[in-house]
Design a protein around this ligand. Sequence first.
Ligand code: NAD
Length: 253
Amino acid sequence: MILDQFKLDGKVAIVTGCSTGLGQGICLALAEAGATVVGVDYVAAPETQKRLEELGGKCLMLVANLLTLEPLEGILRQTLEAFGRLDILVNNAGIIRRNDALEFSEKDWDDVLNINLKTVFFFSQLAAKQFVKQGSKGKIINIASMLSYQGGIRVPSYTASKSGVMGITRAMANEWAKYHININAIAPGYMATNNTAPLRADEGRSSEILGRIPAGRWGTPDDLKGVALLLASDAGDYINGFTIAVDGGWLAR
Ligand code: NAD
């Protein structure tokens, strides 16, 4: 039955950037569907842990800074030690730095590219190796952006990273679909999280953005839960290499 295909009972998922915002929402979506969740963040995530525990499933919260590749093998090792397998990786942790392109610094370029793109590729590679070793299906979900499609203003390294995320999502799907691994991305529109707090605080930019969203509101972490579950579950087995916008119609304008 179709609803059974959305169930994640017995599956183990790693979600990066789990402490707040979209990552927290995705942790809850996967856990509500039955998955065991390993949340990773560079700060502690007590609220996510509490909400996961309230759902009654197992979870593990790990603190790791994903600006470098150094913690990745340890995160996988601890996941396998605790739960014995890995089925789903959600590369959600990401940062944004804002400055005029004329003034943009090398550090703001490198930091954003490192976490938003380099870590995403190498964590996906590590997960894919594990899926192949297990001889099981695997699901990788990357978080892209409207700036995978558009240029944006004052965020050139973010645009480069998120355009890259859409590209490597396709590239990885081309090579790994034959192992029954699905690699897709979600491109959220303008969502009310810490990431967009400065935009929402700027009255001019805020009303400009809101006026362009056909849905007439900013998105919320709950708005991503359905697509995240589709891409994490058997229901999405034939979706591969694609970036799905969840944007209240923004790209349709
Ligand atoms: P957020 O800033 O609230 O969340 C980012 C998460 O990543 C936080 O939990 C943060 O602690 C974690 N993180 C940051 N640096 C880290 C590091 N060095 N190591 C480990 N974890 C780190 O913002 P959000 O909107 O929830 O962002 C989640 C993802 O969605 C990001 O990839 C972001 O680029 C993307 N996104 C957000 C929007 C939006 O409108 N909010 C739109 C498109 C894409």
